[in-house]
Design a protein around this ligand. Structure first.
Ligand code: AR6
Length: 351
């Protein structure tokens, strides 16, 4: 997956480069800067002293020393002064400069913390949006795996309004799904306080469900009493187009190039080539949905594509309801969907 949001300590990331949210002296500090210097050891500071500082919005690169990464890219984010002092442009520049340094140094994987969103006070939802926007734009032109590392779940939030909207949508769909036999269980369910609204705790995402439409009894009936090798060959000729064939057909129909499609789907090139070269490739459910989103499919078309791979959308599944929410809103931005899935502790699209 080219862009991933993960929860971790950035000093533990095994990537080519991690990015440090530094200050303009580059001589260390608190927050992620302090953690990186502690984990890298004193040779990092000794090197930083020779760099002559760094301007806000700019970035400089050093080795990773004792860290598991090869490089540390030090960037200086803006201090938040209310949003009308050029903070956004400076923060965008931090991500752009860091990504271009990573590219110049041949990095294939880079991990960013949410720059400026700690001591420098940039609101986390806005800081995340800047990160996602700049990184996803960069990934349209470049092959790299980029991680946004979110440290502190409590402090993390997508926009409050979006979160509340999705929470309400999930509640409504659950209520619908469970209103008969499950109503008592639902009312007994734990609820968790979340940014002022209350979200019912959903069952964890379950293993992929077989499409309920697949009815083995009727398949058997079809064959019963009439089996012969010739008939079977005839039957097999009637095989529907596979997921892979459907995907390639739809890419053509939408007038997209393969690269446009897999980039929009947040799928890496190698996985796409596997799917392209194997007509009977069995994708995971998040992969199918990622392509449905990239192709801008309607809910019915998404269901049809899922069925090709043996899956279905269900209202018993928080992941599915969130995906449905975005499709019905006509929002096909995979990164925004992933931010929301992340906020609700669900698997991300594109795996
Ligand atoms: N891994 C990942 N993210 C982390 C970690 C970690 N180990 N530690 C903190 N964060 P901050 P800034 C998150 O304050 O706002 C320093 O003193 C944290 O939750 O580190 O750019 C520098 O020297 C937050 O979301 O950086 C500067 O003076 C994000 O990293 C100043 O702070 C950034 O928080 C820079 O402030």
């Amino acid at each position: 997956m080219p862009l991933q949001i993960v929860r971790n300590d950035i000093t533990k990331m095994k990537v080519d480069a991690i990015v440090n949210a530094a200050n303009s002296s580059l001589l260390g500090g608190g927050g992620v800067d302090g953690a990186i210097h502690r984990a890298a050891g004193p040779r990092l500071l000794a090197k930083c002293i020779t760099l002559g500082g760094c301007k806000t919005g700019d970035a400089k690169i050093t080795s990773g020393y004792k860290l598991p990464c090869k490089y540390v890219i030090h960037t200086v984010g803006p201090v938040w002064h209310g949003g009308d002092k050029g903070e956004k442009e400076l923060l965008e520049s931090c991500y752009r400069r860091s990504l271009s340094l990573a590219k110049e140094n041949g990095c294939e994987s880079v991990a960013f913390p949410l720059i400026s969103s700690g001591v420098y006070g940039y609101p986390k939802d806005k800081a995340l949006k800047v990160a996602v926007d700049v990184i996803s734009e960069f990934l349209l032109e470049n092959e790299m795996t980029v991680y946004i590392v979110v440290f502190d779940k409590k402090a993390y939030t997508i926009g409050e309004k979006l979160f509340a909207d999705i929470a309400e949508y999930i509640d409504d769909r659950y209520a619908e799904e469970h209103s008969d036999c499950y109503s008592r269980r639902l009312s007994d369910m734990d609820s968790m306080p979340y940014m002022g609204s209350t979200v019912h705790r959903a069952p964890k995402m379950s293993a992929p469900t077989m499409a309920s439409e697949v009815c083995y009894d009727s398949i058997e009936d079809d064959f019963c009493g009439s089996y012969s090798p010739v008939d079977l060959n005839e039957k097999l000729k009637e095989l529907d187009e596979s997921f892979s064939e459907m995907l390639l057909r739809m890419i053509d129909e939408k007038g997209m190039t393969d690269a446009e499609c897999y980039k929009k789907a947040n799928i890496d090139r190698k996985l796409f080539s596997k799917i392209r070269s194997n007509a009977s490739y069995k994708p995971s459910k998040p992969t199918v949905i990622a392509f449905a989103i990239a192709l801008g499919l309607t809910l019915a078309e998404t269901e049809e594509m899922l069925k090709k791979a043996g899956f279905a959308l269900s209202h018993s599944n928080k992941f599915d309801i969130i995906v449905e929410y975005f499709i019905l809103k006509g929002n096909y931005n995979i990164h925004e969907i992933n931010e929301a899935l992340f906020a609700f502790d669900q698997s991300l699209l594109g795996v």
